[in-house]
Design a protein around this ligand. Structure first.
Ligand code: NAD
Length: 485
């Protein structure tokens, strides 16, 4: 019997599901059991061409609609997503393995927020009037044209919406390629946008591995590329986009610092460290995986952390009581287990976890290492799994320098009850998305993105509008033209 997660077809192009079984089969594996629940096929060159040409053509009429008309469609799509939240969350859980307890509140709901927010902004995207004596200049905020979105596997619905909503609000069309690990959810986003009234061809989804992503990025019809992925992929995609002088947004990886001063509320700080390391089983780009704890409270912090981590409920992700799911894939599980071994070998002190859980699926126990030093592999490389490194520090000055000593710069957090210190420290941290006495909040109203190797551009908020539009300026002369001859 066909599993309920099996999509109608692999691709969604020009307002309808499209199948082409000539492409490489991509098995969809449910991470909690290891069983294959669906199959999709990678886009063949013909499918890539069809998606791009349909999106290129459809964009012109879409950009001519008023912003209010476009926004109405996005807001309708937001309502449909909220109405179907349960069904979409179940699918997200099949796609990623993340527990339903999380997906019910963090995925389709976050996607709906983006559709609603950018739907609301669409009618307000105006230019400026610049007086020049009798003459004047006016500016027009125009769409870029055809945008490509390429997603990572940790938040397939959210990423499809965070890219699609601002792109469409500005009058662009989109071809979105989800991660080959989680190909299911973006198809639902396309289906819902179509149902909400988006004209055929405005938002298309095609499947495939890096090769299909590469074909999209290098196509001369494409005006912008927005990628969520790792730094190595980001470097390749950025370089390929530069070749065609395309606009880019790069949302890449991190190894973010979370700094806990000894005057912090211990339970809040432990809660922040748990949210910043174990949510989505640690598969979150902005995670605060280097937890710097001031020496005075270190042992107290570790004891409370170990106690609360022991309360994680590993189990069937479709059971709402489960609070901790598996790694997205066997491959990701093996990568993370490799890092855990490295941590042990390099002399970090294991506080809890440290191994694969004794159950079906790709579960790894939430793992905490203490006495981690700056040079250890687990403190330098992005692990993308439930592995927290706790490092000690003495002074504010020292911890700022150590926190910034990384190629990454996505996020940073500070826990302290001294608010002038909180702002002073955050002001010196090299990171794009920061938190004071909190961690990993990502409301659509706030800009999200990294500095240094963690990315270029911003998603969400009014900032995203700048990255999906361009400004035309028009000089208007009222008098005669003077010329030298
Ligand atoms: P990945 O870099 O392996 O793949 C990301 C996407 O890029 C996939 O869809 C993949 O098929 C595609 N791709 C790979 N090679 C390509 C190429 N040459 N040209 C075009 N496309 C190509 O990342 P992943 O393993 O799917 O996701 C995990 C990574 O994503 C982590 O590093 C994580 O930090 C990062 N991430 C960042 C954010 C953010 O917003 N900053 C959010 C989630 C994940």
């Amino acid at each position: 019997m066909t599993h309920p997660a099996q999509p109608t077809a692999s691709h969604f192009i020009n307002g309808e599901y499209v199948e082409d079984t000539n492409g490489t089969p991509i098995p969809v594996i449910y991470a909690a059991t290891g069983e294959q629940i669906a199959t999709v096929y990678a886009a063949t060159p013909e499918i890539v061409d069809r998606a791009l040409s349909t999106a290129k053509e459809a964009q012109k009429a879409w950009a001519k609609m008023t912003g209010t008309e476009r926004g109405r469609i996005l807001r309708r799509a937001a309502d449909i997503m909220r109405e179907r939240n349960h069904e979409l969350s179940v699918l997200e859980t099949y796609d990623t393995g993340k527990p339903l307890q999380e997906t019910l509140i963090a995925d389709a709901t976050s996607g709906a927020d983006a559709l609603e927010y950018f739907g609301g902004l669409a009618g307000s995207l105006t230019g400026e009037h610049i007086p020049m004596g009798e003459d004047w200049v006016y500016t027009v905020r125009e769409a870029l044209g055809l945008c490509v979105g390429i997603g990572a596997w940790n938040y397939p619905t959210q990423i499809a919406c965070w890219k699609g909503a601002p792109a469409l609000a500005c009058g662009n069309s989109m071809v979105f390629k989800p991660s080959e690990t989680t190909p299911l959810c973006a198809l639902k986003v396309a289906e819902i946008l179509h149902e909400a009234g988006a004209p055929a061809g405005i938002y298309n989804v095609i499947q495939g591995m890096g090769e299909v992503g590469g074909a999209l990025v290098t196509d001369p019809r494409v005006d912008k590329v927005s990628l969520t992925g790792s730094v190595p992929t980001g470097k390749k995609v950025y370089a390929a986009a530069a070749e065609g002088m395309k606009h880019v947004t790069m949302e890449l990886g991190g190894k973010s610092p979370l700094i806990i001063f000894d005057d912090a509320d211990i339970d809040n700080a432990v809660g922040g460290a748990i949210n910043g390391n174990f949510y989505s089983s640690g598969q979150v780009c902005s995670n605060g995986t280097r937890v710097f704890v001031q020496k005075g409270i270190k042992e107290k912090f570790l004891a409370r952390l170990a106690e609360r981590t022991g309360n994680a409920i590993l189990g069937d992700p479709q059971d709402e009581a489960t609070s901790f799911g598996p790694m997205v894939s066997e491959n990701q599980m093996n990568i993370v287990l490799g890092y855990i071994e490295k941590g042990k070998e390099e002399g970090a002190r294991l506080i809890c976890g440290g191994k694969r859980a004794d159950m079906d699926g790709y579960f790894i126990e939430p793992t905490v290492f203490a006495d981690v030093t700056d040079d250890m592999t687990i403190a330098r490389e992005e692990i993308f799994g439930p592995v927290m490194s706790v490092l000690d520090f003495d002074t504010e000055e020292e911890v700022i320098a150590r926190a910034n000593d990384t190629e990454f710069g996505l996020s940073a957090g500070v826990f302290t009850n001294d608010f002038s210190r909180a702002h002073r420290v955050i002001g010196q941290l090299e990171a794009g998305s920061c938190f004071i006495n909190s961690y990993n909040d990502a409301p659509v109203e706030a800009p999200f993105g990294g500095v240094k190797a963690s990315g270029v551009g911003r998603e969400n908020s009014k900032e995203a509008i700048k990255h999906f539009s361009q400004v035309k300026s028009v000089y208007v002369r009222m008098g005669d033209v003077e010329a030298a001859f």
